[in-house]
Design a protein around this ligand. Structure first.
Ligand code: FRU
Length: 531
């Protein structure tokens, strides 16, 4: 009897103990739970930059300094809609993992802090630092709300601020504004670089329907050099966020100058978009023979993008390490003013594109600006499916993949007529279609998920693809609320936001041509989150 009782007690103790143990194992320490909840809200991008909370628009002040990439951005810290602009701040060592920093620039008596750029003043031309500790100088637009409300036309001026502690704290110049306004309603978004040839700082700044170039020896005193563009390019809206820089034509020693101009509205698929010009810059004037309007990205969600300056290694006799690869890297705001304020996120609004390397190619006798994800993105690509897909005409192949909303889809092909569908179990889908006869690529998000938060969001976007080589790559980066499509390594690019009500888990390919097609080296991979 006693033996039976003892056995029963032992069994009970073991059972209770093992339950406790299981419970303990299942229960994660609080800190862990907090960590894993971070950046997991619905639609939260997992490998794109987004602010921790509240409203963000344009990337600003992109500068590389002492091994650190700085990203500032238009930020309103009190709401998830646009409001009085500050410069938010984040840093990264690889452009892929970001660390949030305190707000860098706050509005002051001259106005709100609109878009602009930042430079390392290596030779301390401004005198804000020393030669041993050169200052970072930010150049931005002041927007004086009171002036705008009073109906004046001189409320946008250019100001500067500096940091001598690697961007941690910023002091506004007491002589601000450094460029006043003589009556230009839209006069903004200064992008500054050092031009070794003319030995001065050059500022590109937009003035409504054209670009102005200004020069300075010390970042404080500026003189207007020239104008460009009243009769060039697209003019369906106001010009914004210029960027002027040289690029070598791939495979040659030829150098051309590239001018990026964002325009809103007037983009090819509606609302905001970025056009570019290829031409020459002589230290004073930008000129181009280009007659057609060229677009950096045909999707609706890549706006106000600019680049990190690349400095010659021997800049002022200095050997400060700049971006070691000397690549020209671009980041855009992944939204569109048409609906930016309405997208269905709760805690924050909008994200940046993945950083993209810009290159210049000569294709069919024309210069084309190509943009393609930086190599750092490859390091995030994790396990997945690898195979060659052969498809008879009219047939569809479907792959189920839980991580489709955080994935890379990649293949090479000669096919010219096919569809790629990303779907969820609710029947929502984002559909990509290539049609050879039209030489057009379509991105259809009319039934992609939540689309009715604004009347223009549910769109079918079109991209002409006139000069595809015979074999080309299709690469698609999908995050929780975005799709970025790169055709032929960035020759043709589309970026679009999507808001599926439930994750996409099904990927289908339809061969819509008359002949069998092959998707070579097909890879569908998860992408590791960076937050
Ligand atoms: C572009 C833009 C800029 C301006 C900023 C204001 O998206 O309109 O021209 O400086 O946003 O937030």
């Amino acid at each position: 009897m006693i033996l039976v009782r003892n056995i029963l007690v032992t069994i009970l103790v073991v059972m209770v103990f093992s339950r406790c143990k299981n419970k303990q194992e299942k229960q994660k320490p609080i800190s862990d739970v907090v960590m894993t909840d971070y950046y997991t809200e619905p639609y939260r991008p997992q490998f794109h930059f987004s602010p921790e909370e509240n409203w963000m628009n344009d990337p600003n002040g992109m500068v590389f300094h002492k091994g650190v990439y700085h990203l500032f951005y238009q930020y309103y810290p009190e709401d998830i809609v646009w409001g009085p602009m500050h410069w938010g701040h984040a840093t990264s060592k690889d452009l892929v993992h970001w660390e949030h920093k305190p707000i860098a620039l706050f509005p002051d008596e001259h106005g709100l802090i609109f878009s602009g750029s930042a430079v390392v003043d290596f030779a301390n031309t401004s005198g804000f630092g020393t030669l041993d500790n050169p200052p970072l100088v930010a150049i931005f637009t002041y927007h004086l709300m009171e002036g705008e409300k009073a109906g004046r036309d001189d409320f946008q001026t250019q100001g500067i601020a500096y940091s001598t502690d690697n961007g941690n704290t910023w002091t506004k110049f007491d002589g601000n504004p450094v460029i006043k306004n003589d009556g230009l309603k839209d006069f903004r978004d200064p992008k500054v670089f050092w031009d070794e040839k003319s030995h001065q700082w050059i500022m590109s700044v937009v003035a409504g329907d054209h670009l102005e170039l200004w020069g300075s020896s010390n970042l404080k005193e500026w003189a207007k050099l020239s104008e460009f563009g009243k009769d060039k390019g697209a003019h369906g809206g106001v010009w914004e966020c210029p960027d002027l820089f040289p690029l070598k034509v791939e495979g040659s020693e030829e150098e051309k100058w590239v001018l990026l101009i964002s325009i809103n509205p007037g983009a090819p698929n509606g609302g905001s978009g970025t056009q570019y010009f290829i031409g020459e810059f002589d230290g004073e004037r930008f000129t181009t023979e280009q007659t057609e309007t060229k677009w950096l990205d045909w999707g609706t969600d890549n706006y106000a993008g600019v680049t990190y300056n690349v400095l010659p290694q021997d800049y002022h006799g200095n050997t400060y390490a700049n971006d070691p690869k000397q690549d020209r890297i671009f980041i855009g705001w992944m939204s569109n003013w048409t609906y930016a304020r309405d997208t269905p996120t709760q805690k924050w609004r909008s994200a940046m594109t993945v950083p993209r390397k810009l290159s210049l190619k000569k294709i069919s006798d024309a210069y084309e600006l190509v943009n393609y994800p930086i190599q750092g993105i490859e390091a995030l690509v994790a396990n997945g499916v690898k195979k060659d897909i052969e498809l008879q005409n009219g047939l569809e192949e479907t792959i189920f993949f839980d991580d489709l909303n955080q994935s890379e889809i990649r293949f090479q092909t000669v096919a010219r007529d096919f569809k790629v569908k990303l779907q969820n179990t609710l029947g929502e889908e984002t559909v990509l279609t290539m049609i050879d006869e039209e030489k057009v690529f379509y991105l259809d998000r009319t039934n992609s998920g939540k689309v009715d938060f604004q009347e223009d969001f549910a769109s079918i976007q079109e991209m002409p693809i006139p000069f595809l080589p015979e074999v080309y790559e299709v690469r698609i980066l999908v995050d929780q609320s975005s799709v970025e499509v790169f055709i032929n390594e960035g020759q043709y690019v589309m970026t679009a936001q999507i808001f599926p009500s439930e994750r996409y888990t099904k990927l289908s390919f339809l061969n819509s041509s008359e002949a069998p097609i092959t998707l070579n080296n097909f890879r569908l991979s998860s992408i590791q989150g960076t937050w």
